[in-house]
Ligand binder design. Structure first.
Ligand code: NAP
Length: 255
C-alpha cells in the first residue's frame, strides 16, 4: 500500500460525484486515513454518510471564506491527529451568472468571490496548516485547462484557475524547504455539481470524446490515481507542477 497510515484531509466533497470522492476513495484504497470538511449544517447531512462509507475518522465545518472557521479546523485537526500528511483542496465557486456569456461582463463582486474561494483559500489553508504538515506532506489542488486557453463560458473561473496554478508554484517554493510538496491536477470535464454551473460544460464534455487523443472523458477515479501518485513517495520529487489528467486533450492544437 502506497499510503499506509498517511492522514489525509479532504476538503471539497459535496456528494459521491465530486472529484474529491474519487480522490478520497483512491487514497483510502492505498491505506490512507481520511477526514472531511463540510460547509454548513445542510451539507453536513450529505457528507457524514459518505465519510462513514469511506471510513472517515471525523468531519469538521470549514467554509474557506471564513478565517475563524479555518482556525477552528486547524485546532480540531491538531487535537484529533496532531500532524497530517495530505491536504486535498478540491474547492471552487463563482456566481452562476459569471459562468456564461461574455467574460468582459464579470462584476467586481463576482471576480472577488471567485478569486477568494477558488484561489486564495489554497494559500490560506497552506499557511494555517503549515505547522501541522509532516515532512514529505503533499498538497493537491484541482485546476482546469481554462487556466491557459479560452473555454467558452468558463470565464472568471479560467482567470481564477490561472491564479491558482501560479499560487501552486509560489507555495511550492515557500514550503519546499520543509519538504512539503504542492501540486495541481488539471482534470478534463467531469459531471459534478460545480461543473453543472458552467454554461458550456456539455459542449466541452462531448468535444473530449471526439477530439482528445484517448477519445474518452476522464473519471473522478482517474483523478484519484494521479492523486495517489502525487501524495505518495512515487511523487517525492514532484512539486510546483500541474499534472494533466485529461485523456491528452491539452496537447491537441486542432481537431
Ligand atoms: P463539486 O463536487 O461541486 O465540489 C466543489 C466543492 O467546493 C464542494 O464541496 C463545495 O462545497 C466546495 N466549496 C464551494 N465553496 C466553498 C467554501 N466557501 N468553502 C468550502 N468549500 C466550498 O465539484 P467538483 O467538480 O468535484 O469540483 C472540485 C474541484 O475540481 C474544483 O476546484 C473544480 O474547479 C475542479 N475541477 C472540476 C472539473 C470538472 O469538470 N468537474 C474539471 C477540472 C477541475 P458545497 O457544495 O458544500 O458548497
Amino acid at each position: 500500500m502506497l499510503l499506509e497510515g498517511k492522514k489525509a484531509l479532504i476538503m471539497g466533497l459535496a456528494n459521491n460525484r465530486s472529484i474529491a470522492f474519487g480522490i478520497a476513495s483512491a487514497l483510502k484504497e492505498h491505506g490512507a486515513r481520511l477526514a472531511f470538511n463540510y460547509v454548513g449544517e445542510a451539507i453536513k447531512k450529505r457528507v457524514e454518510p459518505i465519510s462513514q462509507e469511506l471510513g472517515g475518522e471525523f468531519t469538521f465545518q470549514c467554509d474557506v471564506s471564513d478565517d475563524g472557521q479555518i482556525k477552528d479546523a486547524v485546532d480540531l485537526v491538531r487535537e484529533r491527529w496532531g500532524t497530517f500528511d495530505i491536504l486535498v483542496h478540491s474547492i471552487a465557486f463563482a456566481n452562476r451568472e459569471d459562468l456564461g456569456g461574455r467574460f468582459i461582463d464579470t462584476t467586481r463582486q463576482g471576480f472577488r468571490v471567485a478569486m477568494e474561494i477558488s484561489v486564495y483559500s489554497l494559500t490560506a489553508l497552506c499557511r494555517a496548516f503549515e505547522n501541522l504538515f509532516n515532512p514529505d506532506a503533499s498538497v493537491i489542488t484541482m485546476t482546469y485547462l481554462g487556466a491557459n486557453r479560452v473555454i467558452p463560458g468558463y470565464n472568471v473561473m479560467g482567470v481564477a484557475k490561472a491564479a491558482l496554478e501560479a499560487s501552486v508554484r509560489y507555495l511550492a517554493a515557500d514550503l519546499g524547504p520543509k519538504s512539503i510538496r504542492v501540486n495541481a491536477v488539471s482534470a478534463g470535464p467531469i459531471k459534478t455539481l460545480a461543473a453543472s454551473a458552467v454554461s458550456s460544460f456539455k459542449d466541452s464534455f462531448n468535444y473530449m470524446e471526439t477530439h482528445a487523443p484517448l477519445r474518452r472523458n476522464v473519471t473522478a477515479a482517474d483523478v484519484g490515481g494521479a492523486a495517489v501518485f502525487l501524495a505518495s513517495d512515487l511523487g517525492r520529487s514532484v512539486t510546483g507542477e500541474v499534472l494533466y489528467v485529461d485523456s491528452g486533450f491539452n496537447c491537441v492544437g486542432a481537431g
